[in-house]
Design a protein around this ligand. Structure first.
Ligand SMILES: N[C@@H](CCC(=O)N[C@@H](CS)C(=O)NCC(=O)O)C(=O)O
Length: 254
């Protein structure tokens, strides 16, 4: 059995699958894909994932994409280590509902702020002609548009609306953590990995007025509990080539 994960820095989508692999204690080859050098748009990588995005899982030569699908697959294919979803139907449904909420209503909004603050700096550092050449290689039109917008700067109204949605999501998780120790119930699950990777680990740093002790004490306590898990702690130590100046936005591990 051979597993390879193609991934970038331990944050957001890449962290989601790195954490699942470490939580399950599965041996895997880590293949760092350098987003700063646009390696995800190179032909060899687009041949693996036509969307030109990380992470990608290779299991004995079979390619699996989409983080939530990858994590479900790992849980279905391997019984070892942490079970990322409970065994019962209701427990599974709760985890799935939270993952759907995080994928559809959290991920993109935090990502917009990340792109505005971090990717924008990278995009503006590339000269016009070179930038256009790099854009030509991006397979998804949505991603090409996002790179262009990051270069010129996102609209303030869109940024404000994204922040409003993040406020709603954090309040929802805070309310849930008053009822159960983990997001989807009594056991740690892939929903905890998902919310931590896309929002929890950086909320206090990126959105200091949302991630306050007064506003979401349970979320902040939960962030510490998630970080302290050996699986997550190992995932957070993955290769990180982020420019230290940009790292301050997300609170990357290193
Ligand atoms: N829906 C995809 C999203 C993957 C995604 O957005 N990956 C980002 C990294 S967090 C990426 O590859 N960005 C580089 C790019 O789009 O050029 C998933 O869940 O796997």
């Amino acid at each position: 059995m051979a597993l390879t994960l193609y991934h970038a820095e331990p944050v957001a989508n890449s962290l989601k699958c790195l954490a699942a692999l470490h939580e399950k204690g599965l041996p895997f080859t880590s293949r760092y894909v350098d987003l700063h050098r646009f390696e995800q748009h190179e032909p060899w990588f687009v041949a693996l994932n036509p969307d030109g995005q990380v992470p990608v899982l290779d299991h004995d030569g079979v390619i699996i994409t989409q983080t939530t699908v990858i994590n479900e697959y790992l849980d279905d294919a391997f019984s070892e280590g942490t079970q990322l979803r409970p065994a019962d139907a209701l427990g599974k449904a709760r985890v799935r509902a939270w993952n759907k909420f995080i994928d559809e209503h959290v991920m993109n909004h935090v990502s917009m702020h990340g792109w505005h603050r971090m990717v924008g700096v990278i995009a503006r550092s590339i000269q016009g002609e070179e930038f256009e050449k790099l854009m030509e290689r991006i397979p998804l039109k949505e991603q090409r548009d996002k790179w262009r917008t990051a270069r010129s700067g996102f609209n303030q109204q869109d940024l404000d609306e994204a922040e409003r949605k993040i406020t709603v999501a954090v309040a929802r998780v805070e309310a849930q953590l008053a009822k159960s120790p983990w997001i989807a119930g009594d056991a740690f699950s892939s929903a905890d990995i998902n919310f931590f990777s896309h929002c929890g680990m950086m909320v206090a740093r990126m959105f200091p007025h949302i991630g306050t002790l007064a506003n979401c004490p349970r979320v902040l306590d939960w962030v510490e509990r998630v970080k302290a898990r050996p699986g997550m702690a190992a995932a957070l130590k993955a290769e990180d080539r982020t420019d230290p100046r940009l790292r301050t936005f997300t609170g990357h591990a290193k």
